[in-house]
Ligand binder design. Structure first.
Ligand code: MN
Length: 232
């Protein structure tokens, strides 16, 4: 038996300071996980249970540290938004993981962008339709190098920020997450068996907004590095 065509290579994220990479399985994303961003999206930032959506694993686009990654402006949108996020990478499988045990399942952390066709997402939301066209398109998950827990531990505080053409647009602190990474893993693993290679985009702080072709979008998280893309 053989494949009827040559499969695409696995999407992978390089590991910082190493020649190894992290093969990606699934991408889970948390919606509205910072109170100020929930308010700017028209929601009440109470501690309702977190909600999740997915991107395909091959939406990930690694960007090397210090590099500027070309990022294609997608089709069928006139309001394309940046969302800077902490990404947790799962290294150990589990279902029904308790928050107390959750950090043992995290292999490392990275800085990522949950790029969003906001006009489509808003229209789909208004009609009660799924968000894929707004969230889960090709190239929609640029990501910086992955930093192993063995080197940086489990960051629970630290500034998270994003600039467009050098102008500060998003700023928050990991301490402001409504649902912490361990709590997020506890909720998510009730619904899915988490497997090595899964990435969790943990939500974005306030200040999301549009980007245009030619813009330089840079973001970072204290202790986890920076990520820069150019919209082309
Ligand atoms: Mn997001």
């Amino acid at each position: 038996m053989s494949h009827v065509f040559t499969p695409d290579p696995l999407p992978c994220v390089p590991v910082a300071g190493s020649s190894d990479d992290f093969p990606v399985r699934r991408i889970y994303c948390v919606g509205r996980n910072y109170a100020a961003h929930a308010r700017e999206m028209g929601s009440d930032p109470t501690r309702e249970p977190p909600f999740f959506f997915c991107k395909p694993g091959d939406a990930v686009v690694p960007v090397a540290s210090g590099a500027i990654g070309d990022h294609p402006y997608p089709s069928e949108t006139a309001n394309y938004h940046h969302e800077i996020e902490l990404v947790a990478a799962i290294g150990k499988a589990g279902s029904n993981i308790s928050a107390a045990d959750a950090t043992a399942h995290v292999w490392g952390y990275a800085v990522g962008l949950d790029m969003t066709r906001r006009d489509l997402q808003t229209a789909l939301k208004d009609k009660g339709r799924p968000w894929e066209l707004g969230k889960s398109f090709d190239h929609s998950a640029p990501i910086g190098p992955l930093h192993p827990v063995s080197q940086i531990g489990h960051p629970a505080t630290g500034r998270i920020w994003l600039t467009v053409n050098g102008q500060l647009k998003q700023q928050g602190d990991l301490a402001d997450l409504i649902w912490s990474v361990p709590e997020t893993i506890a909720h998510l693993s009730k619904y899915f068996e988490l497997r090595p290679g899964d990435l969790i985009f943990t939500g974005t702080p306030e200040g999301v907004g549009p980007v245009l072709r030619g813009d330089i979008v840079a973001g970072g998280i204290d202790g986890i590095g920076e990520l820069t893309i150019r919209i082309v």
